[in-house]
Design a protein around this ligand. Structure first.
Ligand code: GRF
Length: 192
């Protein structure tokens, strides 16, 4: 049976586009939702011929009360959702650091400036606490002594685009993400 997901974003929408590309030939319908009428994510939805909707923050409860999704995927959604909305569906979010470190805005830059040698990407359940819900999947990115910020930032974004669709796919199938799913690994059957 076709699964239906909503992808909610307030800005650029590069994760949304990665999700659309991943599910293009799969039995998953996507609706793009933005609380920002001028967000580029809505342009991306138009270009990819994905159903889209401008949804002001105040209308979330009415909308999710009336529309059922198998999963609601936050990708650069810039507001904290209250419990009255969160109880209307299963909400996941992606964050560009290894939570619980570097919650909130500018996490990539703050991690880099702090001098950490390992950062990464986290996908987690959404609660009314900023970047605070239970962790579903994480993947590391190493920062060498000579790593330039742009290089690190690109690596984080590329990882997000690879990781998020796979984890969404797993959640829709009620399966658990494993590192091997991302590297196309041998899932315990490796012989060196
Ligand atoms: C991503 O870095 C994501 O981790 C964070 O917001 C950014 C959204 O980027 N929550 P985009 O709109 O998907 O390009």
């Amino acid at each position: 049976m076709t699964k239906h997901i909503a992808v909610m974003g307030s800005g650029n929408g590069s994760n949304f586009e990665a999700i659309v590309n991943y599910f293009r030939d799969k039995d998953v319908k996507i609706t793009c939702i933005s609380d920002n009428l001028n967000a580029y994510i809505l342009e991306r939805a138009k270009k990819s011929q994905v159903e889209y909707k401008y949804l002001p923050f105040e209308e979330n409860a009415a909308y999710f009360g009336a529309n059922n999704f198998d999963l609601i995927v936050l990708a650069g959604y810039m507001r904290i959702l209250p419990d009255e909305v969160l109880e209307l569906g299963k909400f996941v979010n992606i964050h560009p650091s290894l939570l619980p470190s570097f919650k909130g805005k500018d996490a990539i830059q703050r991690a880099f400036l702090a001098g950490v040698k390992v950062s990464g990407v986290t996908i987690h359940w959404v609660t009314n606490e900023l970047d605070g819900g239970k962790i579903i999947a994480q993947y590391p990115v190493l920062i060498g002594n000579s790593t330039h910020f742009d290089e690190f930032e690109n690596e984080i974004h590329n990882l997000e685009h690879a990781l998020y669709p796979i984890v969404i796919d797993k959640l829709l199938k009620d399966e658990v993400f494993d590192f091997g799913d991302l590297i196309g690994g041998c899932k315990g059957d490796c012989k060196g």
